[in-house]
Design a protein around this ligand. Sequence first.
Ligand code: ADP
Ligand code: ZN
Ligand code: ZN
Length: 739
Amino acid sequence: MIAEVIINSSVKTLNRTFDYEIPENLDVHIGTRVFVPFSRKKELEEGIVVGIKETSEFKVKEIAGLQEEQINEDYIELAKWMSHRYFCNISDCLKLMLPPGRTSKNILNRVKEKRVNLVTLAKDEDEILQDIESGIIKSEKQKRVLEFLINNGNATISDIELFTDASSSIVKTLIKNNYLEQNSTQIERNPFLNRKIVKTVDLELTDEQKIAYNNIKEDGKYLLYGITGSGKTEIYLRLIGKMLKQNKSSIMLVPEISLTPQTVDRFISRFGEKHIAVLHSKLSIGERYDEWNKIKSGEAKIIIGARSAIFSPAVNLGLIIIDEEHDESYQSEMTPRYDAREVAEYISEKKHIPLILGSATPDMNTFYKAKEGDYQLLTLSKRANNSKLPTVEIVDLREELANGNKSMISKKLYEEIRKNIDNKKQTILYLNRRGFSTFVMCRDCGYTVKCKRCNITLTYHKYTHKLKCHYCGYEQDEVTECPECKSKNIRYFGSGTQKLEEEINKLFPEATTIRMDIDTVSKKNSHEQILSKFRDENIDILIGTQMVVKGHHFPNVTLVGVIAADGSLNIGDFRANEKTFQILTQVAGRAGREKDEGRVIIQTYNPDNYAIEFSKSQDYDLLYDTEIDIRKQLKYPPFCDIILIDMSAKNLKELKDVSKKVHAYLKDRVINERFGVLLYSPVPSPIDKIKDRYRMRIIIKCKYDDRINNLLNDCMQEFYKMKTYTSRMAIELNPNNML
Ligand code: ADP
Ligand code: ZN
Ligand code: ZN
């Protein structure tokens, strides 16, 4: 017999099958992972069998051996579908379904080991950072190792070698110089260890919840549309419980950022930790491997995870839930650029199991589908525990300015914060810009300081006195003199969370504050640490970016302030209004979740914008009706699809040539084959350079279907045939990020 094998490689020309003879002594079927000889290479290549047939037209070699873990045949089909749907290699998709640590055999053997030598820091972090800054530690590799451990806590020497490219002798030198230490430790890889969780039972469902729950059948797609606190999670718990009784697994996806212990606890307290597996990006390879096994063995029947958990090897899958389905994190921005909601739809249709999408502010496209009958709409219009929705007030910052208030805090917000401090209630302030000042400009010649590698302004970070690029991480010292005209008249404009915190500390010196943004949560776990500190120590004010918005439940928070609602309005995206409304509704949902009524103050320069106006009443239906008309007129999704062909190269001339060729190819076919689409000419992307790569794009507006999918796949193949040197191309359908 002959096996059709996909070689585990992202090289585009290898996106096809190769035939191999199956030796008689090997048990090989679809989904078996194999080692095969390939071209003239000495080492064997890894591959996956995706088909079996009687004979081959070629002279073929034999499969050399088998790898341990196999892939379910269903998933091979899924990978093939994804490869076509997302314009990428099958092996790119299969990677998502392989056990963690799959990249090399060594890693796989190592992660099974539970007793390891762990290297940790032997000195205080600050002390080490100081030694790096003052030049006591000069070697780049030593710096890299230390920074790696500051960020990851502990690691084995081989992990360190793998991730930092520093040899073990570097680690040993650092141990000798008392920066690091090494201990043999039994690693207990149980993420829930030492947590005391009180057992809970099913709540008596409200009438609305009952109707929704009873409407969910064995099969089908549902949109559970319920305001924040309406009891969506309680319904998920019920459904998962029902599956458990039938010995079936459930996958529940949540946005990465809301995957906190608090979220998971609610499930553990209902079902016990034995049945639960949690998958997210902060887990170590070993932890991920353990969770994966717990799922694969069928022990864990409740899988809670971020986007990629949709590919976990659930046994006897009976239910998929996607909470906060409008969240952008469900769309991958790396190859394969899949949308977890679409993958979930595919799986639920193939397996005939229910798919539940839940949200208080559904994606406009999902809501449209529900109205069209593709999804069954289930509505929860009241809060389950009878707490009231917060009152929302909008403050016009233009008036504030006219009245001479130049600070970031309006008079109204100031008074409300004051009240909260006096009453020992907590406040959350939301500002979606981190750092201190958002751009730095010379007042004499107008020069702005931009990243050397990306065409984007650098943000000033006051505590480190650095200018940072929020795209690539590039960092440089602050400037005091204009590099263009030598003027010393340098001004810092705009404001981020650091500046906000400073202002709050000046306005309310007696109040305690804590800040949460990428800069403060870069260490493992500290996202959760900040939140527990805020809750447990009753800190007066939490200041943060997007991270503070998602799904947290703080009983004592009664005031939420949005410092600048306009931030997401000017993002050059047709979804700007939808996104603004979603964020405002979500952040408002943090206030007054228990008996005390919540207040929300939204500051804005655009009080007349309808997304901002409707967030006052948190009326999604009104937003939907208004927005859908505009979409229809302007031919945006869901009435029309947008295809973004994203091209980049290190050399601008090369990029221009390539994009012209791609455009010419498409134009030819569109005209000759009468596609009836709107094909635009190549233009520079809104951010036209990132990490030293120039960027251009071609946009197509169309009604997406199989024919267009084929055209785009052909176009991708055409691109690979071109002599392109440094160019890359990616195709996305209705991407979340239009920049
Ligand atoms: P959502 O997921 O829609 O935000 P939750 O399920 O978290 O809503 O419910 C919000 C609050 O209401 C929680 O404190 C929850 O315990 C409570 N709750 C939910 N359903 C019920 C119910 N049927 N009876 C009483 N309280 C409920
Ligand atoms: Zn200047
Ligand atoms: Zn940059």
